[in-house]
Design a protein around this ligand. Structure first.
Ligand SMILES: Nc1ncnc2c1ncn2[C@@H]1O[C@H](COP(=O)(O)OP(=O)(O)OP(=O)(O)O)[C@@H](O)[C@H]1O
Length: 631
């Protein structure tokens, strides 16, 4: 991240424990948050009991072909058709195509890989490779575990019969989180989609866009199987009336499941830490925003809540959400990212939203910028990334050490790998925890596809062939390096296409301008790196292209980065919308990587062929449907 360039090397400046009496008076917007004693544990609620008692359900698993219903019939037919395609180039041939020098992973290892297992009928010839030089998937998906045989653990992943069985097994519903829950109404997603209502969120979507489409969410939110379902209304969540006005003004009708479950836990007193996992695009931002807005005292002109995000783009977006939902309060926000603060400037706004480097910089100035003892809430969005040992974790921990011991730590993400879960639990002790089951982590409405290319060099041609599809709505193309992003942006531009590239080497102003241009629809295709892989919410993005498979870099042996993949594809399919993701496969290595991703996620991917006009036509139809929203 470019934010790392502004990290000072100073250590924490004060031992705040000396002056902290452990008791904080609240005069904020939370009607039930009058005062609390952080050291008291007697009234701490048992989270698991609370969650278990809620009748929240998640959408049952769906076969890929069931994702597009009604007018989606052509797509369903495409999906069944393309699953049987055997038009892939001979893997042996593609493996002989030299990798680009910029890809150390493929250049260093592909030669030692065994020939793909072409007998596997389920992945098709293109994805039939076996892995031998990396660890096997930590845990085979449930479907595969009982009957996997032969050479590939992922065999059953795309066994339709097995999926149907799984689907009906899951129609007993669960909430996606680990604890069992009570059953509720059993309306299926498909049934609900057939009903039409007039409820629209188009008048109030947070992000305005000239391509705004009317989206009807009421049926989806009434479906107990959906991550957007809630048994409660916002009115029942005991929010301050000025916040209710803010919620109405942004057009939210009903809370999503994470909002419904997390908000009472967040707002209860004494405040408890919370670690919340919920699929991408399900409304985590509003959950922690409402908590921050509820807990700060508008009369106290100093920062009382800090929210950290991994990129300036996400911090800006969060600030916009907080400002909109808080517009009927006297609460103000300050953006703490490079370039948004002049050294020595005292900050008197109530909520600081920023990136860790800038916050460390501010806090290292010995309380002259703001008094950290007044901080009551510390939010980490994309928390697994924010506390990851390699990366931003050091700075985040340093910031936490400078905050008072009674601070409420709130950690949200769509992904919490097991090893990070353990660290999160020590970072936020005695937290209420909401973890998703592994198989529920990806959004079901994102149709995941893979595209076979004849070697690295032909990836660009495939991308170019996809351009028309990419501009039906808006698309984000993720590359591994900044150089690749610039290179393909330049080549597409030379071909007369209109695209923008965004990465950490651009200056702050350009980065802001480029994302704003994409957000307001002026640019329809954004070529980028992982800098916008997480959190960015642009509802019209109906397609994500993984030009390169995300990997864990040198330190991680260039193994595929499952979490980054989940976040990248999560830029589409937001809050009830559908979306498509396409990942490029061009050699044995990338083929193995995609197999690994499928196996880890327990999700099949279907193949598309960029040279096949039928495939492109059907993809186009799917994207048009995705753009339309959940009607
Ligand atoms: N209750 C609601 N009703 C309608 N729309 C909502 C509601 N809550 C959130 N949204 C919208 O859903 C979209 C996704 O929300 P948000 O960005 O908070 O998702 P997220 O869970 O943080 O995703 P990610 O994991 O990608 O960061 C936003 O456009 C937001 O305005």
């Amino acid at each position: 991240m470019s934010e790392s360039t502004d990290i000072p090397t100073t250590n924490s400046w004060a031992d705040l424990d000396d002056e902290e009496d452990g008791k904080v008076e609240f005069k904020g917007l939370n009607p039930s948050a009058s005062s609390f004693n952080p050291s008291s544990s007697s009234s701490i609620t048992n989270t698991q009991q609370q969650i278990t008692s809620l009748s929240v359900m998640s959408k049952a698993d769906q076969t890929p072909s069931s994702l597009f219903k009604e007018d989606d019939a052509p797509v369903a037919s495409l999906l069944s058709r393309i699953s049987g395609l055997t038009t892939n180039p001979d893997p042996a041939e593609s493996s002989s195509t030299p990798s680009t020098p910029s890809d150390p992973a493929s250049s260093s290892t592909s030669a030692s890989r065994p020939k793909p297992n072409t007998s596997n009928p389920l992945f098709g010839r293109a994805l039939a490779g076996v892995k031998t030089d990396r660890p096997p998937p930590a845990q085979a998906p449930a479907q595969a575990s009982t009957s996997a045989s032969g050479s590939h653990q992922g065999k059953e992943l795309i066994d339709n019969k097995q999926e149907k069985k799984e689907e009906s097994k899951m129609s007993g519903f669960d909430n996606g989180w680990d604890e069992p829950v009570q059953n509720g109404n059993s309306n299926s997603f498909e049934d609900n989609n057939e009903k039409k209502t007039d409820t629209s969120m188009s008048e109030g979507g947070l992000i305005s866009n000239e391509f705004q489409v009317e989206v009807k969410l009421a049926d989806l939110q009434a479906d107990p199987n959906s991550a957007l379902y809630s048994a409660k209304t916002f009115e029942e969540l005991n929010l301050h009336e000025s916040l209710m006005k803010g919620i109405y003004s942004v057009g939210f009708k009903k809370p999503s499941k994470i909002q419904e479950v997390a908000l009472p836990l967040l707002l209860s007193n004494p405040p408890k830490n919370l670690i919340g996992q919920s699929q991408s695009g399900t409304g985590k931002t509003a959950a922690f925003t409402l908590n921050m807005l509820s807990r700060v005292d508008p009369a106290l002109l100093t920062p009382q809540a800090i929210c950290l995000a991994p990129s300036r783009e996400l911090a800006r977006q969060i600030q916009e959400v907080v400002d909109k939902i808080g517009q009927f309060t006297d609460i103000q926000t300050h953006l703490a990212v490079p370039g948004s603060w002049s050294r020595g400037q005292k900050i008197t706004k109530h909520i600081l939203i920023g990136t860790p480097g800038t916050l460390v910089d501010m806090l290292s100035r010995k309380g002259t910028i703001f008094d950290p003892r007044q901080i009551r809430v510390f939010v980490l969005d994309e928390a697994d990334e924010m506390i990851a040992l390699q990366g931003l974790g050091d700075q985040t921990v340093r910031i936490k050490k400078m905050l008072p011991p009674g601070v409420q730590n709130v950690l949200f993400s769509a992904t919490f790998p097991e090893e990070v879960q353990r660290f999160a639990e020590s970072f936020a002790p005695e937290a209420n925890k909401l973890f998703l089951k592994k198989e529920d982590v990806t959004v079901k409405a994102i149709q995941q596809l893979y595209l076979e290319c004849d070697g690295e060099a032909s990836k660009f041609d495939a991308l170019s062939a996809l351009y028309d599809c990419m501009t039906i709505g808006q698309s984000i193309v993720f590359c591994r390096t900044k150089a690749t992003a610039d290179n393909i942006a330049q080549r597409l531009t030379e071909e007369g296409h209109s695209v923008a590239s965004l990465h950490g080497d651009k200056d702050s102003t350009s980065r802001d301008d480029i994302l704003d241009g994409f957000r307001n629809g002026k640019t329809k295709v954004l070529i980028t790196t992982n800098v916008v892989a997480r959190g960015i919410d642009i509802q019209q993005v109906n397609m994500v292209v993984n030009y390169d498979v995300p990997d864990l870099g040198r330190d991680g042996g260039f193994r595929p980065d499952i979490e980054t993949y989940i976040h990248r594809i999560g830029r589409t399919g937001r809050f009830g919308r559908k979306g498509c993701s396409v990942i490029f496969v061009h050699d044995d290595r990338s083929r193995d990587d995609v197999n690994y991703i499928m196996s880890e996620l327990g999700k099949p991917m279907k193949q598309i062929n960029a040279k096949n006009q039928d495939d492109l036509d059907e993809l186009e139809k799917a994207l048009k449907i995705a753009l339309k929203g959940p009607n």
